[in-house]
Design a binder for this molecule. Structure first.
Ligand SMILES: [Zn+2]
Length: 148
């Protein structure tokens, strides 16, 4: 066996698939007709020094042509997933689905694209500068509203 061919990924079970469908139905009805292959990464996932909990990506036209019959792939860090409670797991799925935006073209066809986060900031900058950014300020306002 060649090096690097050991199992790195495995399909998620029906518990995850059902959760994805539940969150789609409740929060993302525009994604109702999209298909998502949900896969656990058996190896740690990270970017820089940060653990990555999950990542969603769009299946490319090449991959489609090669027979991957899904619109998206949701890759979940299994080592982190199993440490989350059910509320956190659902929130993580919600987060990943939020990266997908749907646009209906003039001819009625639908286009999906991935978008970045509303807010990206460093804790140290917030400590020094507070809510200096409009998006950051809005995020904190929403957090405070949600606690009411
Ligand atoms: Zn994200």
């Amino acid at each position: 066996m060649r090096r690097g061919l050991e199992m790195q990924y495995k399909d998620c079970g029906t518990d995850v698939l059902n959760l994805v469908e539940k969150v789609k139905l409740e929060c993302y009805p525009v994604l109702a007709h999209t298909s998502m292959r949900c896969v656990f990464s058996l190896k740690p996932m990270s970017r820089g020094s940060k653990d990555v909990l999950a990542v969603v990506r769009k299946v490319t036209s090449l991959e489609r042509q090669l027979g991957i019959g899904y619109d998206f792939i949701l890759l979940i860090n299994e080592q982190r997933w199993i440490l989350l409670n059910s509320y956190q797991q659902e929130a993580l799925i919600d987060h990943e689905l939020a990266h997908i935006r749907c646009k209906v073209r003039e001819d009625g066809s639908v286009e999906y694209r991935l978008v970045g986060h509303d807010v990206e900031e460093f804790t140290d900058v917030v400590k020094r500068r507070g809510l200096w950014d409009v998006d950051l300020k809005e995020l904190v306002e929403k957090v405070l509203e949600s606690k009411k």
